[in-house]
Design a binder for this molecule. Structure first.
Ligand code: TMP
Ligand code: ASP
Length: 236
């Protein structure tokens, strides 16, 4: 499948058309941003790792009955995906207190939540992705009730499957962000699932093995991404 014209360039990926109007090629870059683009940098081979990790996780989720836009990995940095109409709601699932939840609730990081918390964020860079709820989604026509409820239920299912998969690899799935898109009337999991979009801590040492190393200038960013790639994509 050949790359045709560039359709869109995001902060971490470029979307290209193909000769099939139903399919796009996603190209994973090494560019890294944080705080809505305020902090910019690059993480060596991040694109290769995020493509590989996302491909592995989308395949694993498909085997567990979760449909996504993933079709196949084409090369180190390219993924073939169904063309979707992205829902402008980012869904965050949380299992432990961390990041903006710790800040909002005035708690320190690390406590296990009694049950998962699902949050919605309006995907709008100009507004800095504000947190919203189901009423905002419906009243402002951001998505239909059926779409948001389907995405919510899938996020809980992904959380159960992914938490177990990570734990088997000595990784705590602290929290993560999912995106969804509609394709032929169905809501498919979209975007990527990787150390950019998840908080992943070593189960024993609680060492951070994700993009927080870049966001917070903790060093050893590349090492963390490689370690996650080894654990997620390697044999047990
Ligand atoms: P938060 O604690 O900063 O709200 O982040 C929650 C999760 O969402 C965390 O795993 C990182 C991920 N995330 C993204 O993938 N993109 C973003 O723009 C933000 C802010 C968070
Ligand atoms: N998506 C954020 C940005 O745009 C990065 C992050 O914190 O993950 O900069």
């Amino acid at each position: 499948m050949e790359r045709k014209e560039k359709l869109y360039e995001g902060k971490a990926k470029i979307v290209y058309a193909t000769d099939d109007p139903d399919k796009n090629i996603l190209y994973f870059k090494d560019d890294a941003t944080a705080f809505n683009g305020a902090k910019k940098g690059s993480i060596m081979d991040k694109g290769v790792i995020n493509n590989k990790v996302s491909a592995k996780l989308f395949q694993m989720l498909a085997e567990n009955g979760v449909e996504s836009h993933f079709i196949e990995q084409l090369s180190d940095r390219e993924m073939l995906a169904w063309k979707v109409d992205i829902m402008l709601v980012e869904i965050v699932a949380r299992n432990y207190i961390a990041g903006s939840l710790a800040k909002r609730m005035g708690k320190s990081e690390g406590g296990k939540l009694e049950h998962p918390i699902i949050e919605y964020y309006y995907k709008d860079d100009a507004l800095n992705d504000p947190m919203i709820n189901r009423d905002h989604v419906l009243v402002f026509g951001i998505a239909s009730g059926e779409q948001i409820d389907s995405a919510h239920a899938t996020a809980l299912k992904v959380n159960r499957i992914l938490s177990e998969y990570m734990l088997e690899r000595d990784i705590l799935l602290v929290d993560f962000k999912l995106e969804f898109g509609s394709h032929k009337g169905k809501m498919l999991l979209a975007d990527e699932i990787c150390p950019d979009t998840c908080r992943l801590w070593d189960r024993n040492t609680l060492e951070k093995l994700d993009k927080d190393r870049f966001r917070r200038e903790l060093g050893k960013v590349e090492d963390a991404y490689q370690e996650i790639c080894r654990r997620v994509c390697g044999e047990l």
